[in-house]
Design a protein around this ligand. Structure first.
Ligand code: ATP
Ligand code: MG
Length: 376
């Protein structure tokens, strides 16, 4: 079987690595120049995109911001999973909010803004503490502006003055005082069967994910059931095929959806060592029509993103249950270079290994690791 992935980053690379044991060949599309590349070596194939589409059994995406003309071309073949509609929901915050509203799924109070003067109404309706998000092309906190007090309105309007809000409206959200961030990830196949991983707890810093812990500590069955229901409602509502990730805010005992990612997700990398079947394996199984695999956790896991650095001692591999995974990229500030997975038998053991791990890593690049370790 052959799978063609739109996007040639680390997620396509990890799909390739999961595909080999399944006897599946995975190729990637560099969407910037529409070439077909090997997902690991990045060597350009001599096949054209049209030829690769033709030979692939299924087409899929590693990110939602694939240019729409490419998605439309992929969709026409009838081999694209998840569907173009589902991918576009993840790519456009206005579509995403409309879907959440239509399915009655709790999410953050918001307003769609197409004229900067409407920001005054936002303050009146949502309060002074706001997060302003471009409705398209944002990731890792890019395309976002924060406001703490109405005194910042004028300077904010100036900063946003060059945006074309008729083409790309803003979604203005109330800045929530959440207890923590979580994500729910699962897979749905074409027959509508689903498997769902335990909730992961996600710690962000400056808009970027730094550490995930799964199963999330201090969990109740009721919270997991709430998350499962959100996943099922979205996956069934979209007639979804593949792995779907949903980012959540926990406020008291309630879960609110932050955003939907129609793909494998950074907060699911812990499954590579910490679950019976990892998310990449399950994504390929779902889109290829194979039986879905068990999502049973093998212990308690942490996933630590390596962001913007690569120079630290590899002796950390001597820690029990510790695994490193590099994406083969050159270092750039704020760039996700790889991740470290730690699998432990208990929460206590995980906390202790993470504390030791933090001693191997430069604090400026891993600013929240120690506090996560201590909080477990
Ligand atoms: P991603 O890389 O996950 O796609 P993103 O840039 O698309 O990120 P969001 O997930 O919307 O953007 O926001 C990034 C982070 O900013 C969130 O994980 C959360 O920490 C914070 N954040 C976003 N929206 C809100 C909100 N309404 N209230 C409080 N914090 C928020
Ligand atoms: Mg996000």
């Amino acid at each position: 079987m052959q799978v063609l992935v739109y996007g040639a980053g680390q997620l396509a690379r990890m799909m390739y690595l999961a595909g080999a044991p399944l006897g599946t060949e995975v190729w990637a599309v560099d969407v910037a120049n529409e070439t077909v590349v090997h997902p690991v070596s990045k060597v350009i194939s001599d096949r054209t995109l049209a030829q690769a589409i033709d030979t692939a059994d299924v087409l899929t995406v590693e990110f939602e911001h694939v240019p729409e003309h490419l998605l439309a071309e992929a969709d026409k073949t009838g081999k694209l999973y998840p569907s173009m509609e589902a991918i576009l929901v993840g790519a456009d915050r206005v579509k995403e909010k409309n879907l959440l509203t239509s399915l009655n799924i709790p999410n953050c109070p918001y307003k769609v803004v197409t004229d900067l003067n409407e920001l005054d109404d936002c303050v009146a309706e949502l309060g002074e503490s706001l997060i302003i998000k471009a409705s398209r092309d944002g990731y890792d906190g890019y395309g976002q502006w924060r406001m703490k007090s109405a005194t910042e309105l004028d300077s904010l309007k100036q900063a946003l003055a060059n945006l074309d809000l008729n083409t790309v409206p803003l979604v203005v959200e109330q800045c929530l005082e959440f207890d923590r961030e979580l994500s729910i990830i699962g897979a749905r196949n074409q027959d509508g069967q689903t498997v769902i991983y335990p909730l992961a707890q996600n710690r962000h810093h400056e808009g970027q994910l730094h550490v995930s812990i799964a199963p999330a500590p201090r969990m109740s069955d009721a919270l997991q059931a709430q998350a499962d229901k959100i996943f099922e409602t979205l996956a069934n509502g979209l007639q979804y095929t593949g792995v779907l990730a949903v980012e959540l805010f926990q406020v008291g005992n309630e879960l609110l959806v932050n955003e939907i990612a129609p793909r494998v997700h950074n907060s699911g990398h812990w499954t590579l060592h910490g679950a019976d079947t990892d998310q990449f394996d399950n994504h390929l199984r779902a889109i290829l029509g194979l039986a879905l695999g068990s999502t049973r956790p093998l212990g308690v896991s942490a996933m630590v993103n390596i962001i913007g650095c690569s120079s630290f001692s590899r002796d950390l591999l001597s820690l029990p249950g510790c695994h490193m995974h590099w994406y083969g990229k050159s270092v750039r500030e704020k760039r996700k270079m790889g991740h470290i997975n730690v699998l432990a038998e208990s929460t206590l053991a995980l906390g202790s290994t993470l504390e030791k791990l933090s001693q191997f890593l430069p604090l400026e690049h891993f600013p929240v690791l120690l506090s996560e370790a201590e909080d477990i």
